[in-house]
Design a protein around this ligand. Structure first.
Ligand SMILES: [Zn+2]
Length: 67
């Protein structure tokens, strides 16, 4: 079952961004999923498959739920 990503979710990935940040905000959904680094504001696009592989955990959901 695919992971239910929503715009506004904050996720933690397994490997840090070169800037040292682990946390990303989901900024776009579609064939590719847009993420914004919460440390340096850099944006990347990942395929859903790639993101699901790199995802460690959700930090906060778009509805405000803190996990
Ligand atoms: Zn960064």
């Amino acid at each position: 079952m695919p992971i239910d990503f929503q715009v506004g979710d904050i996720v933690r990935l397994r490997k840090p961004h070169p800037c040292g940040g682990y946390e990303w905000q989901v900024v776009r959904l579609g064939a590719d999923i847009g993420l914004k680094c919460q440390t340096c504001q850099h944006r990347v696009l990942l395929t859903r498959r790639e993101l699901e592989k790199r995802l460690k955990t959700f930090v906060q959901r778009a509805d405000g739920t803190v996990l």
